[in-house]
Design a binder for this molecule. Structure first.
Ligand code: JDE
Length: 259
């Protein structure tokens, strides 16, 4: 996969050279380039923003540098990139990012990110970009960041770890939160007693059936307590009697508190 990022703060993307993503780049599984939007300005002050038409607070990013930067990115098409990149624009007004979207993006050959600052990017940049390829404004959640850069770090990490070869054990990608609509069960490691707190005895019992049941109960109770919105999406027919019993208890009580 190829990824291009356009930003006025290229150094903000430095973490994309570290850890899992850095390794994927070294191994040639991910080809990632960061571009400085100011390199596409033509005035002596290298200005990227101006006052909003119609009035209002703050500044808006000017369309000309964005047009030149995105034309340049599209000129970088190579073998295996396809025609044009899918352009993603982090914004509080975007469609909500999810594990499902991460899976869709991981299947595409070429992504580009436009990092907005100030009050956002002149809307015509997105309209113009849509003539070349798909454009998707994307939101991480209902809060406002100072710019799109932090959102790009999150989205690239969620996507890159799904690329073939980036994570060795494919099963670890299946057995995780948000792949089947329930939160994960709590995990424990040695020592068996720590600061007077015991690991739930069933996990030391060697009874694999009981362990599996306990873990599923924990997932159901946790999801009910922390993410009732997710539980509401579960097909009732997919729950058996034991599932319903696990959910019938007070989700916020007891020593095995799901929270
Ligand atoms: C991404 N959830 C939130 C913010 C912005 C007022 C203030 C700021 C493309 O234009 C942008 C980008 C961003 C940064 O992204 C986020 C975000 N997921 O904040 C603004 C708009 N209005 C504009």
């Amino acid at each position: 996969m190829r990824i291009d990022v356009v930003t006025i703060f290229p150094d903000y993307l430095a973490p994309l050279s570290l850890s899992l993503i850095g390794k994927a780049r070294e191994q040639g599984l991910l080809d990632l380039a960061v571009h400085d939007l100011r390199g596409f300005t033509r005035d002596r002050h290298r200005s990227v923003d101006d006052t909003p038409y119609g009035g209002g607070a703050g500044m808006v990013m000017r369309p000309e540098p964005w047009g030149a930067a995105l034309d340049h990115v599209r000129s970088l098409a190579g073998p295996g990139t396809g025609g044009a990149p899918h352009l993603l624009v982090p914004s509080p007004s975007g469609v909500r990012f999810s594990q499902a979207m991460a899976r869709e993006l991981a299947a595409q050959p070429w992504l580009a990110f436009a990092c907005g600052r100030y009050e956002g990017i002149d809307e015509r940049v997105l309209q113009d970009g849509a003539e070349a390829g798909p454009v998707t404004p994307v939101s991480l959640g209902d809060y406002v960041l100072g710019g799109g850069e932090a959102a790009v770090l999150v989205i690239v990490e969620a996507v890159a770890r799904l690329l073939p070869g980036v994570i060795g054990n494919a099963q670890s990608l299946v057995e995780e939160s948000h792949e089947d609509g329930l939160l994960e069960y709590p995990v424990y490691t040695k020592p068996a007693v720590w600061r007077g707190r015991e690991v739930p005895p069933v996990l030391l019992s060697g009874h694999h059936g009981q362990i599996e049941r306990w873990r599923r109960d924990q997932r159901l109770r946790r999801t009910a307590a922390r993410r009732p919105d997710l539980l509401a999406q579960i097909e009732p027919a997919s729950l058996d009697d034991a599932d319903r019993a696990a959910l019938a208890g007070d989700p916020t009580s007891g020593p095995d508190d799901a929270t």
